[in-house]
Design a protein around this ligand. Structure first.
Ligand SMILES: Cc1ncc(COP(=O)(O)O)c(C=O)c1O
Length: 449
């Protein structure tokens, strides 16, 4: 029997959902329980279902389609690239590898001038683990609890959040420490106090672990999926100075925060530091094709000019992916999308403040560039809707409401992500917050008292 189709001859939403669930597994989920959004095409900040529903993409899919969907200049560049060199083995020299690497060296601050290309963020972090261990001759690595660094075995051990639990025990040698803004615990009130207390604590951990045994500390420069947490003022500089004292390298994971998301090209630029290693992915190609990258300092690069980098991938420096990155960088520059993210931060904050004043269920809104979240709460003490790792049924209702009303975003156990493409206009941002505004009535109804 032939499949039912839409009036334009395409697969129906129902068929898409059924066959995807039957024949493929969904990540971080029990596949039978997911309710996937059927997407037929996407353009700018909108997704379209086979039934013709227009859905505002308020999360850039996985905080990654930074230039917006189906940009015609990038689509054209992809068509052109497909008529050129599509693949060459990683040991080859290619024009696009030469050009992109030189361009990234110009665009990336300070001593980060050398790049190793992967297919995504986790592979970039895996490569960084290898690089810092080989370079330093030390094995242990510091990371923070409120973090996500990737879904591979080693990067899940760097990850602090509960996606790690089911995959333990994994790679040994990871020491996890509290963030400057942990989930419940408080290091202080002012940024100054928080930084001083957190770094004093970290310094003691380093002493107990033996500084000479620690290769590096991995941080998300701005914590992403664990709550969009920009570092308190002075933290990045203080952290870099502390690590430098002990010869411990700083790796900034900018897979999510990088490439304009925070209103600067790299999030570490907000803190006036340059890390020893920076990893990136997502926004680098705006997810049009898979690409990740590890940037290393001149000192580390010099080391690997003499010593073997014991890491490799079939798709390292894939020419087609690098060509797409070049086209995406052109669009980011031509349309000043990093500038737009910085300008739209004010609109996002204004809308968040409006919702916080109106809805008792909003604890607070946070935004840096177009990297934002609304924290929800269950009472006037602003306690989250559920405990760490838990869930609350109202979030399911909120998700269903957003689906009906044409808003796509990520819901956290007690929060709403607000991470649209960097090309979004003020009007489109307000359109998203208007839907959120109406949805929050559902959450207000479960606020106690
Ligand atoms: C901060 C951070 N690091 C690493 C990763 C892993 O990247 P990928 O999924 O491309 O492997 C992610 C993915 O969301 C991320 O947000």
């Amino acid at each position: 029997m032939s499949e039912p189709t839409t009036p334009t001859g395409k697969m129906t939403s129902q068929q898409m959902i059924e066959d995807c669930q039957r024949y493929s597994l969904y990540s971080w989920s029990a596949t039978g329980k997911v309710s996937p959004l059927p997407v037929e095409r996407a353009e700018g900040v909108y997704l379209y279902t086979p039934d013709g529903q227009r859905v505002l993409d308020f999360n850039s899919q996985l905080m990654s389609v930074n230039i917006g969907h189906s940009h015609p200049k990038v689509v054209k560049a992809m068509q052109d690239a497909a008529t050129g060199l599509i693949f060459a083995y990683p040991g080859a020299a290619t024009e696009v590898r030469a050009r992109l690497s030189k361009r990234l060296a110009e665009l990336t601050p300070g001593h980060l001038n050398t790049f190793f290309y992967t297919l995504g963020g986790a592979e970039a972090n895996e490569s960084a683990i290898k690089a810092v261990r080989l370079y330093s001759g030390r094995q242990k690595i510091l990371s923070r609890y409120r973090s996500y660094h990737g879904g591979t075995n080693a990067t899940l051990q760097l990850t602090g959040d509960n996606r790690r639990w089911a995959n333990e025990p994994g790679m040994p040698g990871v020491i996890r420490v509290m963030d400057p803004r942990p989930y419940r615990f408080k290091f202080g009130e002012t940024d100054e106090e928080i930084v001083e207390n957190n770094l004093t604590y970290l310094s003691e951990v380093i002493d107990y672990e033996g500084p000479h045994t620690i290769a590096a500390m991995f941080i998300e420069t701005v914590t992403g999926t664990n709550g969009i947490l920009p570092p308190p003022k002075g933290y990045l500089q203080g952290l870099k100075a502390l690590l430098d004292q002990h010869g411990i390298l700083l790796v900034c994971d900018e897979v999510m925060a990088g490439w304009g998301r925070t209103g600067k090209r790299y999030a570490f630029e907000h803190g006036d530091i340059v890390p020893d290693v920076c990893t990136m992915a997502k926004g680098l190609t705006s997810s049009y094709v898979p690409l990740g990258c590890m940037a290393v300092s001149d000192k580390i690069a010099d080391y690997f000019r003499e010593n073997v980098f014991w890491g490799g991938l079939t798709y390292n420096a894939h020419p087609y992916c690098l060509a797409v990155a070049m086209a995406v960088l052109d669009v980011m520059e031509d349309e000043d999308l990093v500038g737009n993210a910085a300008r739209m931060e004010g609109v996002m904050r204004r809308e968040m403040d409006r919702l916080a004043a109106k809805h008792p269920s909003v604890a607070e809104g946070r935004a840096i560039g177009l990297f934002g979240t609304l924290d929800l709460c269950k009472n006037s003490e602003k306690q989250p809707l559920c405990g760490y790792g838990g869930s609350h049924p109202v979030m399911g209702q909120l998700g269903a409401f957003f689906r009906r009303e044409g808003l796509f975003t990520f819901l956290r156990p007690s929060g709403i992500m607000c991470n649209p493409p960097l090309s979004i206009t003020e009007e489109q941002l307000c359109e998203g917050f208007e839907i959120i505004d109406r949805g929050l009535d559902l959450v207000d109804a479960v606020v106690e008292g």
